[in-house]
Write a protein that binds this ligand. Structure first.
Ligand SMILES: [Zn+2]
Ligand SMILES: [Zn+2]
Length: 303
């Protein structure tokens, strides 16, 4: 089970009724944040989610609307008496950028760890979630992120019995452990059926369409993507500023065959993003013009 909340849907600047784009995910007692622009902590407060369990913060890139909220958020997390380390993930120069911001938030009761992204595509595992970071196409280095929960096959007790696998090993095999005992090797595939469908959320903002987005969005239950402009004649503006129109986002969603798409990172000039959604749905029917704090609990298909 994955709780997902798009804390804000704005791009460039926070507006009175539109916070900057940021995603918060809760899983198994941990919280993960992607992007932290000015005022993100206000949106977390409005959502009523807690600051203390934030274990990971990922940054897409170092434009102010995606990172300038960090010092204040760190101080707030510090005030919750958090002692466990916090992992920050982001493109190259991560430590330098964060340390510059930390000049105004120097004293924290927890350690900060850094994971700097240097390759075009990187895979890592934190908090039991599989992360994929993939470089996209903005006017500075920028990454999208996918978070996946894999799911093993169903445990087959009949198979375990027919192979005379001792009962005390069943649970360990089910959890993926390989066991060597009594001169025999027992592997999980001896007792597990085919892998079941997991959960996948892909987040991508501040980029032109690029093949990496489609690759990582593929098979996502939820694809959160920028749709900076709804007016079709703003395509040139999108190209010039390395952003996307809603229709370009919808084309990626259609090719990647995602479960649903939430649009975000709207231009401040875009007053009513939803007014374009009918046209967007001609390209990809399961598109939504997300609002601040649009949330969803994703659950495995079969228990
Ligand atoms: Zn932005
Ligand atoms: Zn940007």
């Amino acid at each position: 089970m994955l709780d997902v909340c798009l804390l804000g849907t704005g791009g460039m600047m926070p507006l009175p009724h539109r916070a900057l784009t940021s995603l918060m995910v809760r899983y198994n007692g941990s919280s993960i944040l992607i992007d932290c622009g000015e005022g993100t902590q206000v949106a977390i407060k409005q959502q009523g989610w807690s600051f203390k369990p934030i274990d990971v913060i990922c940054f897409t890139h170092y434009h102010a609307d995606h990172i300038s909220g960090l010092p204040g958020l760190l101080l707030t997390i510090g005030n919750t008496d958090r002692k466990e380390p916090l992992l920050l993930v982001g493109p190259k120069r991560l430590e330098k950028v964060v340390n510059s911001l930390r000049v105004i938030a120097p004293e924290l009761p927890f350690e900060i760890k850094f994971k700097e992204l240097n390759e075009a595509e990187e895979h890592f595992e934190v908090c039991g979630i599989n992360f994929d970071a993939y470089r996209v196409c903005h006017n500075i280095t920028c990454y999208g992120y996918s978070m996946s929960l894999n799911r093993t096959g169903r445990f087959d007790a009949d198979r375990a019995r027919s192979q005379d696998i001792p009962l005390p090993y069943w649970n360990r095999l089910q959890k993926g452990e390989t066991i060597e005992a009594d001169g025999k090797i027992f592997t999980p595939d001896m007792v597990l059926g085919p892998a079941r469908k997991g959960l996948k959320v892909t987040y991508c903002t501040d980029t032109r369409p690029t093949p990496a987005i489609e690759k990582y969005a593929a098979g996502s239950d939820l694809f959160i993507c920028e749709g900076m402009y709804g007016e079709e004649d703003k395509i040139q503006k999108a190209i010039d500023h390395k952003h996307m129109t809603m229709y370009e986002a919808a084309e990626i969603a259609a090719k990647a065959d995602v479960g649903e798409m939430w649009l975000t990172h709207y231009s401040p000039s875009l007053v009513k993003p939803a007014q374009y959604i009918d046209k967007v749905r001609e390209v990809f029917p399961r598109a939504y013009a997300a609002k601040d704090r649009t949330e969803r609990t994703l659950v495995f298909e079969e228990e």
